[in-house]
Ligand binder design. Sequence first.
Ligand code: GLG
Length: 833
Amino acid sequence: MAKKSSSESEARKECKFYVNASVKDFKNSILWHMERSLARATVRATSRDWWLATAMAVRDEIMGRFISTMSRQYKANSKRVYYLSLEYLMGRLTEDTLTNSGLMDVAREALKELGLDFDSIMASEVDMGLGNGGLGRLAACFQDSLATLDYPAVGYGILYEFGLFTQSFEGGRQIESPDNWLKFGSPWDIVRPEYTVKVGIGGRVEGVMSSTGDWSVRWIPEGELLGVPWDVPVVGYGAGTVNFLRLWESRATNELDLNAFNNGGYTQAVHQKAMSETISKVLYPNDKTENGKILRLMQQYFFVTCSLQDIIRRFKSLNGENWDIFADKVAIQLNDTHPAIAVPELMRLLVDVEGLGWDKSWEICTHVFAYTNHTLLPEALEKWSVPFFEKLLPRHLQIIYEINARWLSYVESIYGRDSDKIARLSIIEEGAPKMVRMAYLSVVGSHSVNGVAELHSQLLKESVLRDFYQISPEKFNNKTNGITPRRWLKTANEGLSDLITKTLKSDSWPKNLDELKGLEKFAEDSDFQKKYMEIKRENKAHLAKIVKDLCGVDLNPDAIFDVQIKRLHEYKRQHLNLLYILTLYRRLLHNPDADISPRAFIFGAKAAPGYDLAKNIIWAINTVGNVINNDARIKGKLKVAFIPNYNVSLAMDIIPAADVSEQISTAGKEASGTGNMKLALNGAITMGTLDGANVEILEEVGKDNVFIFGMNVDEVQKLKAEGYNPWNVYNSNENLKSALDWLVSDYFMPGNPTAFEPLRKSVLDWGDQFMVCADYQSYCDAQDRLGEVYKDKARWAKMAILNTARMSKFSSDRTISEYADDIWNLEKLPPRE
Ligand code: GLG
């Protein structure tokens, strides 16, 4: 954001470990890197050069902290948590590192003295977009909190060469192109060749007799590849702790190449090399569905075995073979089912490689692993086919069968030979082919199973994991998600951050978000309201410029900025939002002088490349938007902007500018949501269903400061059970009927009226799985109410302020403290003062 922070000197008192550097030294460091690292004369330097030189200058400042954190953790031989996640949506790293190390003001000033604009220089950094959506961004917020709270932690993942695709629009339709973010390298990645590990695939299993006459089993893989680790430093707020992400890159082994060469197979050698390197090539762009793709499963196995081997190496270097204390030193969190193969892999490493017995190994596993579930959507519950295992991971299949046999005999000891129960609880699903239920494997192999919001955790116990809950209720717990206030308030919204600091006369709130409660008493203070809303307006003007630039749409900063930013998915119901837009547009055409609060509907969303209906919805919003934006009759009262390529960096511009936060999923479908928290923290009022963390946001802010509409979970279930027919709603609701019919008329798409037939069909002919029609009227009523309330400026300001003041529960520091205390049993290891 464009504003300058004046509060860093205050913060220095709070953050004893802030990095100290003078503007002069920092400037010299930038110039030094420009010459020595980049071989550039300043007169020729591009924005990217300046960003790189600045990033390198910051990096220099934090490296000492990085090394001292590692040696502190090593010396203390303390327990660490290892976070296994296939996704990390980090965004840009430089600005966040500046905030957290306390160098933001210094860097701004240094660049200013060099005659440069800080914001445009920082914009040269390409987002590290190694994630799809909420799950990956949560993993990133968690890393920030772990370091900020001085917890010893490592985040393990994959260094994808291509992150989530870049989105653009052509004729309103989504076009994808590769996100080659690493094309020119990244100053934040540090390679660690000495920790390279080998990864086997395929082959067979052999029994071997030891010298003592014991039989053991050995996996003889057919092929091998290498995992090379790259570390990305994660600076905690205040810079007392610098943890790291360790991301694995797949490479071919030399042996493999040599063999092929010796056989005269040059092309084959190159082919195999390319195949090995394919594994870490690209992030799968689907959110919630990626079942059965072999390459995806190989990615999962690849990063899991690399990480577990690394964990065991570290453990042994400190504790030798003292396996009794493994679980006292190691906690592993499985971020969703993606890393579920870790359970049989750790068993294999302990039993086959380290030579421990089954029972002891199993005890270790179930003490070390904990599993987080992020969704109830059935398509997201991963299953791997047994033939796949036979071919690629034959030893793992044996281990899974053994785990299952023991598990089912335990089940039988409770329920007797109840074949129904056994089939329901089995890790193996019968059928052709047989499938391994990875979520069940995670539950059986873990000591803790958590959902990500109260409602979601409750539904987990009642639905998909009900049978497991009945057997081991003590495993189940809730950890409501959170967001880091450093990135999502302090860095993203400097204007509001400064106001908060001045008003509270404290700058420790980014580390202690409860302090925001102190703003409550200013909620009705007209002077404070004025300042608060002025900042909102500045942020809106800033966003309006970006929208003009990216979409060519003029937004009026005095309109309501109504924002829906998240992946495009039917359950998130962007099309419900569209139906309201159509309804409002129609109303204005009938009466152009209608006294409505002008609205700017702002969307940001990527659709999975193969998800046709999601793409149809994007196309429809863009097409309708285009007609509305160019219709002079409605006098600019309505605008629609779909910002292309929504990502973390754009989120940091959009969120501080939002008045309204659309959280309108079908109740029971959104596990938690985290955008809802970021938006409310920045003073956007939630327009939401009683779903995910919206329920807890309502609890925190109070019913007067949020707009709730639609069916709750029980009502959704009841209506489904009774037999829901969207046509009945359609036939009895004139507005809904008009909106849906209008969409497939010539009006929006002259000559191609069937363009949006799929969208219309999905909510009528195809049964309206996500109950868009059922919630339509209630949504429109709530939106109309909101429009009325907005006219009362003082009331709106009060609501917005109270949202900021009451969001402290949703700091990821709170979430991480709960994980550390309840699941990991993890101690902080702060630096000595
Ligand atoms: C999921 C859910 C979100 C949740 C996020 C983080 O759909 O509701 O907020 O994880 O727990 N796959 C996701 O994005």
